[in-house]
Design a binder for this molecule. Structure first.
Ligand code: GSH
Length: 218
């Protein structure tokens, strides 16, 4: 029996998305942890653009995190509670905002030395504005996740990026009174079993290694 191969990188927020979807669905995969400065030949052969995550199936290679989530959803409905059409539209709209705008400003805030003449505070404020918008959609004060008490597609897609934003300056982040619900949801996310499980450290994969499987209990 061969299993789908998942090329992954522990700290990549896009790979985290894919690992969370696969973990929630309990689909057994062969995980191959890579280093982005030393990508395996097989990975580049199946997907020359060279980004993770990549899911290699018998008859198909899926090399976009959102497409991997859709593939998982085509096999198993892992997000039972967020299926009404308003929530679906909101989810897709917010994921687009995070993938385009939030990620753009996050990179310039967090990795400012990689860019010329960046105004760190401007980019931090642009990210904060997006989080204030997100705050409006977290309706319940007591909720663990964005929409309710179980993770949704929106949670797994955007919270890895919000976490990166926090890490850039945790003290500043925790003082932002306009995003109290976001802070709470993010803390729950970081403390969740789901996140802990997908952040397990795997040895870097080398050609010829024995397969290593993901999720851990599969
Ligand atoms: N749109 C892609 C983006 C994936 C992506 O950019 N991944 C980064 C790591 S977080 C990567 O592999 N970069 C390649 C590199 O740095 O060489 C997706 O959603 O899967």
């Amino acid at each position: 029996m061969t299993y789908p191969i998942l090329y992954s990188f522990k700290r990549c927020p896009y790979a985290m998305r894919a690992r969370m979807a696969i973990n929630l669905a309990k689909i057994k995969t062969e995980i191959r942890e890579v280093r982005l400065n030393n990508k395996p030949q097989h990975m580049l052969k199946v997907s020359p653009k060279g980004t993770v995550p990549i899911l290699v199936l018998d008859d198909e290679v899926i090399d976009q995190s959102n497409d991997i989530i859709e593939w998982v959803l085509s096999r198993k409905n892992i997000f039972q509670k967020d299926s009404d059409s308003n929530t679906k539209t909101l989810t897709e709209d917010l994921i687009t905002i995070f993938d385009d705008k939030f990620k753009y400003h996050l990179d310039r805030y967090k990795y400012s030395t990689r860019y010329e003449n960046v105004d760190i505070e401007f980019h931090r404020l642009e990210c904060l504005k997006i989080l204030i918008e997100l705050e409006k959609h977290i309706t319940l004060d007591s909720t663990d996740w964005i929409f309710n008490d179980s993770p949704s597609k929106l949670d797994i897609c955007i919270l890895p990026f919000v976490r990166q934003f926090k890490i850039a300056n945790p003290n500043w982040f925790d003082q932002q009174s306009e995003i109290k619900k976001v802070l709470k949801v993010l803390n729950n996310f970081i403390e969740s079993n789901l996140f802990k499980q997908i952040m397990h450290s795997y040895e870097v994969w080398n050609e010829g290694d024995h397969p290593v499987y993901f999720p851990l209990d599969q």
